[in-house]
Write a protein that binds this ligand. Structure first.
Ligand code: FES
Ligand code: FES
Length: 216
């Protein structure tokens, strides 16, 4: 005896029911996965030794610790500031092996064995570094957030120019770059301030460089 054919409605209902039956295990699995905690791996720690402001320091740190957090949280050298924490403001600038870096973009363990100079290591209130003295003389001080980074950058910028390292505005790459207003402006452009008091900073740096009045 021939079986009675399914109506279109009955066929759709049967299809939906079987699709639901297949999908159920996946839904259940997803729900289970959401409620089962993923086991946490403990942070990897490592001993790191650096020379900071002339003193050797050694600490065991989480390998994800930035040099900025190492300076501030481990060594309590809070002169180096955390502005953006994304490499965009320069507030965290320190001098590492003679070159300025954004310490928020560098891990402490990457700098093992390096010589680090922070604003605290440049001078003291009794004996200011010439760049600190020039910032005072020319009223180049801005707020406590951006100024330490500005001064560390300024010191390293003059070192870079003296070492013959070209910048984006150096026209003759075969000659030693001259200390000029445009070279200083370009090299200091990574140190931002929302308040716009840069003119006096340029005066201060040119004073230390011995090029005051010869602005280009
Ligand atoms: S805090 Fe490092 S660049 Fe802003
Ligand atoms: S951010 Fe420091 S004075 Fe502008």
């Amino acid at each position: 005896m021939p079986m009675s054919p399914l109506t279109r409605r009955e066929l759709l209902k049967a299809g939906a029911a079987s699709a639901g039956a297949v999908a159920m295990p996946a839904v259940t699995q997803a729900a289970n996965a959401a409620t089962t905690p993923t086991p946490l791996r403990p942070p990897v720690r490592q001993r790191v030794s650096l020379e900071v402001n002339g003193e050797t320091v050694e600490r065991e740190v989480d390998t994800r610790t930035t040099l900025l957090d190492f300076l501030r949280e481990e060594l309590h050298l809070t002169g180096t500031k955390k502005g953006c924490d994304h490499g965009q403001c320069g507030a965290c600038t320190a001098i590492v092996d003679g070159r300025r870096i954004n310490t928020c973009l560098s891990l402490a363990v990457m700098n093992a064995g390096a010589k680090v100079t922070t604003i605290e290591g440049l001078g003291t209130p009794e004996k200011l570094h010439p760049m600190q003295a020039a910032f005072v003389k020319h009223d180049g001080f801005q707020c406590g957030y951006c100024t330490p980074g500005q001064i560390c950058s300024a010191v390293a910028v003059l070192g870079e120019i003296r070492d013959g390292i070209p910048s984006h505005v150096t026209t003759d790459l075969t000659a030693r770059p001259a200390i000029s207003g445009s070279e200083i402006r370009e090299r200091m452009s990574g140190n931002l301030c929302r308040c716009g008091a840069y003119a006096n900073i340029l005066d201060a740096i040119e004073d230390v460089a011995g090029t005051a009045g010869a602005r280009a």
